[in-house]
Design a protein around this ligand. Structure first.
Ligand code: HEC
Length: 158
């Protein structure tokens, strides 16, 4: 690729990011095909933040309670990622715990809220591991919702 091919597309991506996100904190988290921004949004080696057993329980909560109002794309869409990637798992947990189910916030057990968060991680392609996510605010505050690295698809990314 010559420099004359690279520059206009990089420029365009920057203009799009600036116009859509107003140059706010969000612009650093967009999944644009520009290496520095990709690096900010994806981590190469995903931390294993939850166990498969937790995600299985979370899937039950999702089916029994959340799926009455939500499709899984509600928690995997580009809009959702833009809003949540880079934020802590505690913020996501608290958002769900204090506002969901929309018609009866706070009515699930802490364990049900916790496992629904792990199911959301799973839906977003994050891998399960040996260590369970614990509903401890201090620990969850240190853990960030970050996406696994996708296979390279853009010609701008080697
Ligand atoms: C009675 C309907 C209803 C149920 C049941 C429900 N939700 Fe929601 N949920 C909504 C609505 C409406 C919104 C968007 C408005 C808002 O944010 O309050 C929303 C928003 C959300 C968001 C924020 C999405 C975003 O883009 O930031 C998350 C996460 C979420 N719900 C998770 C859950 C989970 C997990 C459950 C099950 C434990 C659940 N919801 C159950 C109606 C519901």
């Amino acid at each position: 690729m010559t420099i004359s091919n690279v520059l206009p597309s990089a420029f365009l991506a920057t203009v799009v990011a600036a116009s859509v996100f107003g140059g706010s904190r969000m612009s650093a988290q967009r999944p644009l095909a520009v290496p520095p921004l990709r690096a900010a949004m994806f981590v190469a080696d995903s931390a294993k933040l939850y166990t498969e057993a937790q995600a299985v329980e979370g899937a039950k909560v999702w089916t029994a309670t959340c799926s009455g109002c939500h499709e899984s794309k509600d928690v995997t869409s580009a809009d959702f990622k833009t809003k949540w990637v880079g934020r802590s798992l505690f913020e996501l947990y608290e958002q769900i715990r204090t506002t969901m189910p929309d018609d009866a916030p706070g009515t699930l057990t802490p364990e049900q809220y916790l496992t629904s968060v792990t199911y959301i991680l799973k839906l977003n392609g994050l891998p399960a591991g040996e260590t369970a996510l614990v509903s401890d605010s201090a620990t969850m505050s240190t853990l960030k919702f970050e996406l696994p690295a996708p296979p390279p698809t853009s010609p701008l990314v080697p």
